[in-house]
Design a protein around this ligand. Structure first.
Ligand code: MN
Ligand code: MN
Length: 286
């Protein structure tokens, strides 16, 4: 056999039928407002995923034994509302089939489709930006409007972690949400924030979205809209490991691989930690 290049996420070698976790990419950056390139995020995350051991020692799980599949990428349409609909259709089908969807962005707008499909009670997002604009760039589905759209989908509790950028209007809207700024996390510590989220979620269904720019751009500069003075990759890892067992779906978006690979490497490691943490708590029950 000749050598084939790595086109799927490492260890995601189950069939769709056998898989518990189903990864897929959405290489879309159609509403990008600053630096383009998040369409290359899924490829960069998959590529670097082969850098890591299958065994995750801290969690005590070997991903080689976890049933996961990588479906490849959705071929995105041009308009953001259409891409949201594509994601909604795909995630709804996976959910009907009893799968756990894990989405690799692409820009953040894709998250809206997954939330529409799953209708979670609670939504946790790590993001430098509030993403609470009513519209931007003449579309409701701009990456700057994601959390606003989520709020309109009947989600009861929204938690924004690591924010440090938004308009005056967005900050006014955020008063009705649970907002932990990057400075709040620095002062309180991520563990206290995690404990408050878990208590507030109180067993209800939860969607978890990680916008890569939540992390300080001095640590992971491969971003479309870089912001300094952010939370750290340690904070995001702690939060993902703690919340993974409580979630019904997960995405990691906004990796724009224009750096030397740090941002995609952090994304791939955190996705692997997510799967291991979720499987450890829930794997034997199904
Ligand atoms: Mn965002
Ligand atoms: Mn952002």
């Amino acid at each position: 056999m000749p050598f084939f290049s790595h086109t799927s996420f490492a260890d995601a070698d189950s069939s769709y039928e056998d898989a518990r976790y189903v990864l897929f990419g959405v290489p879309y950056d159609g509403t990008t407002s600053f630096r383009a390139g998040t369409r290359d995020g899924p490829r960069a995350i998959r590529e670097v995923s082969y850098n890591f051991e299958t065994y995750i020692a801290d969690i005590g799980i070997d991903l080689a034994g976890v049933p996961m599949a990588d479906m490849g990428d959705i071929e995105p349409y041009s308009l953001p509302g259409d891409v949201v609909a594509q994601v909604r259709t795909a995630v709804a089908q996976m959910h009907r089939d009893g799968k756990f969807p894990i989405m690799l962005g692409g820009e953040h707008s894709v998250t809206v489709g997954a939330v529409q499909a799953l209708k979670p009670d609670c939504y946790v997002v790590c993001d430098a930006h509030l993403d609470l604009r009513t519209e931007y760039g003449n579309t409701l589905f701009n990456h700057a409007c994601v959390t606003r759209r989520v709020a309109e989908e009947g989600v009861n509790e929204i938690f924004i972690i690591g924010a440090r950028s938004g308009t005056k209007e967005e900050y006014a809207f955020a008063r009705d949400l649970h907002l932990y700024s990057a400075d709040d996390v620095r002062i309180k510590g991520i563990r206290a924030v995690i404990d408050e989220i878990i208590a507030a979620v109180d067993g209800r269904s939860l969607y978890l979205s990680i916008d890569a720019d939540a992390i300080d751009c001095c640590l992971t500069p491969g971003l479309g809209t870089p912001e300094p003075f952010g939370i750290t990759h340690w904070d995001v890892r702690d939060l993902v490991r703690a919340l993974a067992p409580l979630t019904l779906s997960f995405d990691y978006v906004e990796v724009c691989p224009v750096d030397v690979g740090q941002t995609a490497a952090v994304a791939a490691r955190i996705i692997r930690d997510f799967i291991a943490s979720h499987w450890k708590e829930t794997g034997s029950s199904t």
